[in-house]
Design a protein around this ligand. Structure first.
Ligand SMILES: Cc1cc2nc3c(=O)[nH]c(=O)nc-3n(C[C@H](O)[C@H](O)[C@H](O)COP(=O)(O)O)c2cc1C
Length: 191
C-alpha cells in the first residue's frame, strides 16, 4: 500500500476543491490511499502521519505570486523534518489555484518544488500535454499548460461551488493518479 498525504491550505475553499480532486485521483489507483491534511491550524498538523507517508503532495492557493502565508508557516515548521531527513526519498508533487489565468502560479509551484527538493524528495511532473490549439476549450485538461504540477483557475467573483471548472479538477485528478502510480513503483521497488 502506498500512503500519500495531501497537505494543503485553502483560504476560501477553491483550492480545497482541487485538493479533493487530487485525493480522488490517488484513491483510484489500486494499492494507494490518500490522507487529506488541511492547514487550518499549524499546531494540529499530523507530523507523524507525514513522516510515515510514502508520498506527500503539497497544495496552496497563489497569494501575491507565491504560496499563501499559512502554507509558508507549514513549510517553515517542516524544518524539523528537514533536520532529521524524515522526508528523504519520499515522492512529492504540488498544485496551486488562483484567480487569474496566469496569476504567477508558476511562482507557487516553484516554491512547492523547492520545498520538496530541500527535503530530498523526488518531484513528479504533471505529465500532460497542454490544451493550446485554436480548438482549446475552458474545460480542457491542462488548459494553462503547466508542467511543474497541477494548476487550477477560479474566477474571482464566484465561490467554490462553481470554481475551479471541471477541466481543472480533472487535471488535478489525473495528477493525483500519476503521483500515486509513481509512489507505488517506489514502494514496490523497496520490497
Ligand atoms: C491575499 C491574496 C492574494 C492573492 N494573490 C493572487 C495572485 O497573486 N494571483 C492570482 O491570480 N490570484 C491571487 N489571489 C486570488 C486567489 O488566488 C483566488 O481567489 C483563489 O481561488 C483563492 O483560493 P482559496 O479559496 O483556496 O483561498 C489572491 C487572493 C488573496 C486573498
Amino acid at each position: 500500500m502506498a500512503k500519500i498525504a495531501i497537505v494543503y491550505h485553502s483560504g476560501y475553499g477553491h483550492t480545497a476543491k482541487q485538493a479533493a480532486a487530487v485525493a480522488a485521483g490517488v484513491n483510484e489507483v489500486a494499492g494507494a490511499s490518500a490522507q487529506l491534511v488541511a492547514l487550518d491550524d499549524i499546531a494540529a498538523v499530523p507530523w507523524a502521519d507525514l513522516d510515515g507517508a510514502d508520498g506527500i503532495i503539497f497544495g496552496a492557493p497563489t497569494y501575491m505570486g507565491g504560496p499563501s502565508a499559512k502554507f509558508k508557516e507549514f513549510a517553515d515548521a517542516s524544518s524539523k523534518a528537514w533536520f532529521t531527513r524524515a522526508w528523504q526519498d519520499k515522492v512529492a508533487g504540488g498544485f496551486t489555484n488562483s484567480a487569474s489565468l496566469n496569476g504567477d502560479k508558476q511562482g507557487t509551484l516553484g516554491a512547492l518544488a523547492t520545498l520538496a527538493l530541500q527535503h530530498g524528495m523526488i518531484w513528479v511532473s504533471l505529465g500532460l500535454l497542454p490544451a493550446n490549439s485554436s480548438k482549446a476549450q475552458r474545460n480542457d485538461v491542462n488548459r494553462m499548460g503547466a508542467s511543474y504540477g497541477a494548476m487550477a483557475q477560479s474566477d474571482s467573483d464566484v465561490g467554490p461551488d462553481v470554481a475551479p471548472p471541471a477541466g481543472d479538477l480533472e487535471t488535478a485528478r489525473l495528477y493525483g493518479a500519476r503521483v500515486a502510480a509513481t509512489t507505488l513503483r517506489f514502494v514496490r521497488g523497496k520490497q
